[in-house]
Design a protein around this ligand. Structure first.
Ligand SMILES: Cc1cc2nc3c(=O)[nH]c(=O)nc-3n(C[C@H](O)[C@H](O)[C@H](O)COP(=O)(O)OP(=O)(O)OC[C@H]3O[C@@H](n4cnc5c(N)ncnc54)[C@H](O)[C@@H]3O)c2cc1C
Length: 387
């Protein structure tokens, strides 16, 4: 286990890491990690233990039942949970970030009343941005919401709406006016997944298999206007909720997951290389393997600095759109390099389901795509840096 990551952090974060390292080692053994991944599922009882530790509250102010916002600590939670795969790190992001962070920052007073249930791990959210025709270009959302007296009516479809089958609400981006207005005329709506007119079908995929992702259909879904995220004043102002701090934190949280998985991959390869012997010596003593591992570890250290620097800025409310985009871009792309190098170090066993490596590689291959692709980060960086 790499210890370097605990020397320059606040004591309470070191303590959270210690607690979670014990938890992952004791409660998430490799055979369970493999079984959860195969079944596209996660363990509700274990998740309840995470909630009982108070960790979901790290994105929620105390006045709403949280522990006070500490993004750096929440990032460390994701990193440590990712040592057991995505099966708890994924649901943790749904609870602490899609739910806790978004509603604490953007919710109406009524929606903020959901926060204690979110902190307790009992209320979960899914994120409904992508659609069949909408990936990186979120301003082209086609799912519509229209006002009808005191109600809103939603029609359309969301794709890749991960966790919609078990989440209580979808934090859903909708087109609430003329499509030519692009970034204007968008509204976030909190859609209960059991509302009449909501249906869904699962999507098969290789990465982030803590659950099936979902195609979700909205057929004249009628909700009270109080379902508009932030209240009626935020009607047609959804882009403001998407493009500001929420997006910065979204980039941090997905980067934390990728970074945590890359660390897990490297730790496995590092250990393996010291145990496996070929040509009369440990493979770690062959120079090619040594260089691969040290190169990967150096890159991992660079990722860590970028990730935690972004979190440090976000925690202080400082501008961090450039830093978080750079972190997402760099860590996702370098994560793929680390994954492939580590898989090679383990030879055939890097392809075997007896180890974590093949799953970690699948998850890392997806990181330059999900949560804003590397190409989109480059476009955004060029714009933000006024190139
Ligand atoms: C397992 C999984 C879980 C997911 N979970 C969720 C979720 O919970 N909620 C959600 O809303 N979404 C989710 N997604 C969707 C994910 O965020 C999108 O896949 C991602 O935003 C990219 O969109 P796309 O795949 O449609 O690619 P597209 O936008 O169609 O892009 C395809 C390719 O073209 C490139 N490209 C597109 N536009 C440009 C451009 N202007 N300049 C340069 N290159 C460009 C992209 O980088 C990419 O390589 C999930 C996806 C997966 C695989």
């Amino acid at each position: 286990m790499f210890e370097q990551s605990v020397h320059d952090e606040a004591a309470h974060i070191t303590e959270i890491r210690r607690q979670l390292r014990r938890f992952v080692a004791a409660r998430m053994p490799r055979e369970k990690r493999i079984a959860w991944d195969r079944a596209h599922t996660w363990d509700r009882a274990l998740f309840a233990e995470i909630a009982d530790m108070g960790l979901i509250g790290l994105t929620v102010p105390e006045e709403h039942g949280g522990a006070g916002v500490d993004i750096t600590a929440a990032v460390a939670v994701i990193e440590e949970l990712a040592q057991g795969g995505t099966s708890l790190a994924g649901p943790y992001i749904h609870a602490a970030f899609y739910g806790g962070m978004n509603l604490a920052e953007n919710g109406s007073p009524e929606q903020k009343r959901l926060l204690p249930g979110i902190v307790a791990g009992k209320t979960l959210l899914a994120y409904g941005l992508s659609e069949p025709n909408v990936g990186g270009d979120l301003a082209s959302v086609e799912t519509t919401s229209r006002r009808d007296g005191d109600e809103i009516v939603i029609n359309g479809a969301k794709r890749w709406c991960t966790g919609a089958d078990w989440a209580h609400y979808i934090y859903c981006l909708t087109r609430s006016g003329d499509p030519s207005a692009r970034h204007h005329n968008l509204s976030f709506v909190l859609v209960p997944t059991d509302a009449p007119g909501v249906s869904m079908t699962p999507l098969e995929h290789l990465n982030l298999r803590y659950t099936a992702s979902m195609d979700v259909y909205f057929d004249d879904v009628r909700l009270p206007a109080s379902a508009i995220v932030g209240g009626q004043a935020m009607w047609n102002r959804g882009w403001e909720l998407l493009a500001g701090r929420a997006l910065d934190v979204e980039k941090i949280e997905i980067t934390a997951l990728g970074y945590g998985i890359a660390r897990a991959a490297l730790e496995e390869a590092w250990t393996y290389a010291q145990q496996r012997r070929q040509f009369g010596k440990r493979i770690a003593d062959h120079q090619v393997i040594r260089h691969k591992l040290v190169n990967a570890r150096t890159r991992l250290a660079a990722c860590r600095h970028m990730l935690y620097h972004g979190a440090w800025l976000a925690d202080r409310g400082l501008p961090c759109s450039v830093e978080t985009s750079m972190a997402k871009l760099f860590c996702a792309d370098v994560g793929v390099e680390i994954a492939l190098a580590c898989q090679q170090v383990m030879g055939a066993y890097g392809l075997s389901d007896a180890y974590d490596m093949e799953r970690n590689v699948r998850d890392l291959l997806g990181m330059p795509i999900v949560g804003g692709s590397s190409d989109i980060q480059k476009n955004n960086l060029a714009r933000m840096l006024r190139l």
